[in-house]
Design a protein around this ligand. Structure first.
Ligand code: HEM
Length: 512
């Protein structure tokens, strides 16, 4: 790679027998790549011997050249040095507004300590090195997360951190010891969630143990049989077993009262017999345990159901990748020991409701971070793309769009950090009592904003914004999938309504 060439030398290699070109001051020999190029050989023949930097970056993302450099690059241009940055694993983006304010060197924040910063750095590197490459591959081919990655996350205790703060973290070495398990709070939790979504693969993001995140917390808090709880927790956090939450049915989604799956006690009182179906169950395809909402004689109860006789799963294809392992689940006369009951019999609503807070908080962390990435992509594109002889950024209409996108991201992230801080200072029960409304409102609001951001971003990227490869692939993915966050864990309307209803419960009688 230390070889240098003059531009005149490169220009001579302008035939299909010897085809060179220049990208960012580096010389590439594309002769043997002609037939393999996904964009075909004709485009390459048209630019043979030339500096194609602008054309290349109009069509490809930086990671394309990073991937092929070692194979195709033969040297640099004499007296010139490459200018375009290839992000190192773990690095922060230098693009304005690409990172949350607390990560920008010139700003301060009252919320974050050194351990938050250490965790952020370690999580960013972990995601860049291990999660993103697999996420991109699985998102494309629709297969499920590998056991290798699960093992890696289990070993570094990333799986354990994703449950949020709690005793399950005490005594564990978190990502090599960057934070003490006893100090781990909801701001750490937010960091883990926000860093993981930077792998930019919405289906895989859910396929990556999202089912565990929203179900094991309920087991932790509500399964009263301690040996069983410890056994299951250990199995899941070590990555040997997978767990999912099975509440939603084709008959009832956010309206939990309308569920039709039944759990009937056997005459000896030792078991429940479960019958019914569940739909849109994230990770259901590979789950070993289903935390399942059932109708019982006098109400609603939640059971931990292991995969076994009478449990069947079928894949559902949704708008995002099948990497999420979304399933239709059928329970047919499934015998479940009564010790597998979460909370009290007939009082399962509280189990579900209190669990919803963390689930929705996680979703909000993710969607807001994703909006920020989309805004970053648009900032970069507007700065690069030349239309009618001008950069896009020089068009006032584009600056208006960016201003709106930035404002939505900044305000949502600030609201989120404030809620995370409240969570750090409340017990689980206080959170359930006081934060259901605010988290619901923030989720509803942030996904409405996501819709607007997806819309602006697609218009900015044009045809690229509706294409699954090339420069607009992140935009295309976001525009196709932002609705998941608007629906999973409670629709926008239901959550907005919850926010106002919870506020009205506390409305003082004496105020007119
Ligand atoms: C080192 C040189 C190059 C490499 C490694 C490369 C690689 C690729 C890859 C992997 C794709 C698939 C789409 C994607 O994943 O982004 C692609 C598509 C394409 N490439 Fe290249 N390419 C190179 C140079 C060029 C040049 C110089 C041109 C034209 C000036 C070009 C034109 C195209 C076109 C038109 C497409 C299809 C557009 C699309 O899928 O969005 N490529 N290239």
């Amino acid at each position: 790679m230390s070889k240098t060439f003059t531009r005149a030398e490169v220009a001579k290699h302008n035939t299909e027998d010897s085809l060179w070109c220049i990208i960012d001051h580096r010389v590439y020999d594309l002769t043997d790549f002609l037939d393999a190029h996904p964009g075909g050989s004709v485009v390459l023949a048209q630019v043979a011997g030339q500096d194609v930097t602008t054309d290349f970056y109009n069509l490809h993302r930086q990671e394309v050249i990073d991937k092929y450099r070692s194979q195709l690059c033969i040297g640099t241009i004499e007296g010139e040095t490459p200018e375009i940055l290839s992000p190192e694993p773990g690095s922060l983006s230098p693009v304005p507004y690409a990172e949350p304010l607390w990560l920008r060197p010139e700003f301060k924040s009252p919320y974050f300590s050194e351990s938050h910063r250490r965790l952020q750095r370690a999580m960013r590197e972990f995601t860049d090195r291990y999660v993103t490459p697999e996420a991109q591959e699985k998102e494309r081919d629709g297969t499920y997360i590998s056991q290798e990655l699960i093992d890696k996350m289990a070993e570094a205790n990333v799986l354990a951190m994703r449950l949020g703060p709690g005793k399950h973290l005490h005594g564990r070495t978190l990502l090599g010891g960057v934070v003490d398990g006893k100090e781990f709070d909801y701001l750490h939790d937010m960091i883990v969630a926000q860093e993981m979504v930077r792998s930019n693969a919405r289906g895989f993001q859910d396929g990556n143990m999202a089912g565990m995140v929203i179900s094991l917390t309920a087991v932790q808090h509500w399964l009263r049989n301690a040996p069983l709880r410890d056994q299951v927790t250990e199995e899941v956090l070590s990555g040997r077993k997978k767990m999912c939450l099975a509440i939603t049915e084709a008959f009832a989604g956010s309206d939990v009262a309308g569920l039709k799956t039944t759990a009937t006690k056997t005459p000896d009182g030792k078991h429940y017999i479960v019958n019914g179906t569940k739909k849109w169950i994230t990770n259901g395809m590979f789950a070993d345990y289903f935390v399942t909402g059932c109708r019982t004689e006098k109400g609603f109860s939640v059971l931990l159901i292991p995969r076994g006789e009478g449990v069947e799963t079928k894949q559902i294809k949704t708008s995002y990748s099948t990497a999420a392992a979304t399933a239709f689940v059928q329970f047919e006369n499934v015998k479940v020991p009564v010790e597998n009951l979460l909370g009290e019999e007939h009082k399962g609503f509280i189990v579900i409701m209190s669990n919803f807070n963390h689930e929705r908080f996680m979703m909000v962390c993710a969607v807001i971070r994703m909006c920020m990435t989309v805004t970053e992509e648009c900032m970069k594109w507007c700065n690069q793309r030349i239309v009618f002889g001008k950069k896009l950024i020089e068009q006032p209409v584009m600056r208006q769009k960016l201003a709106r996108m930035i404002s939505l991201c900044e305000s949502n992230q600030a609201w989120l950090e404030s809620i995370a801080y409240q969570m750090c200072n409340m017990t689980y029960a206080q959170q359930a009592a006081h934060l259901g409304g605010p988290i619901g409102l923030l989720k509803s609001h942030s996904t409405r904003c996501a819709q607007e951001i997806a819309d602006h971003a697609t218009n900015i990227f044009g045809g690229r914004g509706i294409t699954q490869t090339g420069m607009g692939k992140v935009i295309e993915m976001f525009h196709r999938t932002y609705k998941f966050d608007a629906i999973l864990g409670g629709t926008e309307e239901i959550l907005a309504d919850l926010g106002v209803r919870q506020a009205m419960k506390k409305f003082p009688k004496a105020v007119l």
